[in-house]
Design a protein around this ligand. Structure first.
Ligand code: HEC
Length: 113
């Protein structure tokens, strides 16, 4: 992203000085930091185990969980756990969580828009 910005600004490879690079990196960090901490503040630790594959919003290869009914998420997790629903990875993942943990995760996803 930084390299692309530098290119867009007409700064070519070798002439792109170290000072400029440092400034751009600092600018990128100061822009990203508040976003990262805001997301961390509302992201419960349990959900960290899901968010990589099931993002809270945006594109995913999988059916989105965000905004889905909590009961439907719990039911799907139960079906994965008991083998009632075939899965590639979710059967194993679902077995790693207690009922209370799944309920908390499901409530969090249901509250996302
Ligand atoms: C490694 C990636 C990965 C992680 C991590 C992951 N999932 Fe999944 N999830 C999948 C895949 C792939 C499917 C499709 C079923 C399958 O093949 O296992 C799925 C399906 C689901 C479904 C069914 C969705 C639907 O619309 O039918 C639910 C609910 C679900 N996951 C919940 C969770 C929860 C809750 C977590 C965290 C505890 C989690 N997943 C973590 C990959 C993942």
């Amino acid at each position: 992203m930084i390299a692309r910005r530098a290119r867009a600004a007409g700064i070519k490879g070798r002439r792109f000085s170290g000072v400029m690079k440092t400034r751009l990196i600092l600018a990128a960090i100061s822009l990203a930091a508040p976003l990262a901490s805001a997301a961390a503040a509302v992201l419960p630790p349990l959900v960290a185990g899901c968010i990589g594959c099931h993002p809270a919003s945006g594109d995913s290869m999988l059916p989105p969980l965000a905004g889905r009914d909590a009961g439907a998420i719990v039911a799907a997790m139960d079906a994965f756990r008991t083998g009632g629903r075939p899965a590639t990875v979710m059967d194993r993942i679902a077995k790693g969580f207690t009922d209370n943990e799944i309920a908390a995760i499901a409530a969090w996803y249901a509250a996302q828009r």
